[in-house]
Ligand binder design. Structure first.
Ligand code: FBP
Length: 262
């Protein structure tokens, strides 16, 4: 296989990115189901599980905790992000440059683009700077491709999600992180639209083991290259168990039933 810009956050061309920027994006409410997870160390420890190919955090957590885990997991620094206290149209400031992320030991950057928001133009211009600077610093580029805002009637509509994946490809992302578009056929179409940009499924709010694993299985069968997941791992009573199951489905091609039987 030819080298890929995201090899450092992948295994066999697939990624399982443990997303943990929720303290910024959603606030303390996301730690309620499992209060220990307010302590970033608990989640950095989960990122050392074999199934996890990288942890994705904002710069503050990368600065404070990653030095202790750098030997055990790869790092995606999320370079933009905003709080849930913001009540305007979807928008997000750049909190960290790729150069600074590289200094923190990052292997890739993560960037949210809200296609369809009033400030899509501004975010796309910021993405240009981040993407080009990431190339200079040998960082992979993961786009959180989230259509949202006044121009978007339904952000989980299958055509909208396929469009988001295509935007990621056109603008030079290596990986497009998209919401599950509702069916295996719709995921296959999203993968087709993203062409050489790899698609990873976004975990979403916590669901039961079977329905979560089923969407992962369907996504993988449709050509997705893994997932970026937060709540469906760290909000569980037994996050190791679901990581064990995800390892089988994502990297071993196991079915939901096989993974749950282990
Ligand atoms: P989840 O798996 O918990 O959905 O995390 C993925 C993620 O993209 C996080 O990186 C981010 O904090 C959150 O979802 C954003 O979710 P929302 O759709 O509510 O903006």
């Amino acid at each position: 296989m030819l080298p890929h810009a995201t090899d450092a956050i992948s295994r066999d061309g697939k990624s399982l990115i443990l997303a943990y920027d929720h303290g910024l994006e959603h606030g303390p409410v996301d730690f309620d189901p499992n209060p220990d997870t307010a302590d970033p160390e608990r989640v950095f420890e989960l990122a050392t599980h074999d199934a996890v190919t990288a942890i994705a955090v904002q710069k503050g957590l990368a600065e404070a905790y990653y030095p202790d885990y750098a030997d055990d997991t790869a790092l995606v620094v999320k370079v933009n992000g905003t709080s849930n206290l913001w009540m305007g149209e979807p928008d997000t400031p750049v909190n960290c440059t790729p150069e600074y992320a590289a200094g923190l030991g990052a292997d890739a950057v993560g960037f949210t683009l809200y296609g369809g928001a009033n400030n899509e133009i501004g975010m796309a211009e910021e993405f240009r700077e981040v993407q080009e600077s990431s190339r200079e610093h040998d960082l992979g580029v993961v786009m959180w491709a989230y259509p949202r805002g006044q121009g978007v009637r339904n952000e989980t509509d299958d055509r909208t999600i396929a469009y988001a994946a295509r935007i990621a490809h056109e603008l030079g992302a290596d990986i497009a992180k998209v919401k599950y578009p509702g069916s295996p056929e719709a995921m296959a179409e999203t993968v087709r639209m993203s062409a050489r940009t790899r698609v990873v499924m976004s975990g979403g709010s916590k669901t039961n083991d079977e329905s979560f694993l089923r969407t992962v299985e369907e996504s993988m069968n449709a050509g997705a290259k893994g997932l970026a997941v937060g709540r469906n791992v760290f909000q569980r009573d037994n996050p190791i168990e679901i990581l064990d199951a995800l390892e089988l489905v994502v990297f071993e091609g196991a079915s939901t039933e096989e993974a749950m039987a282990e």
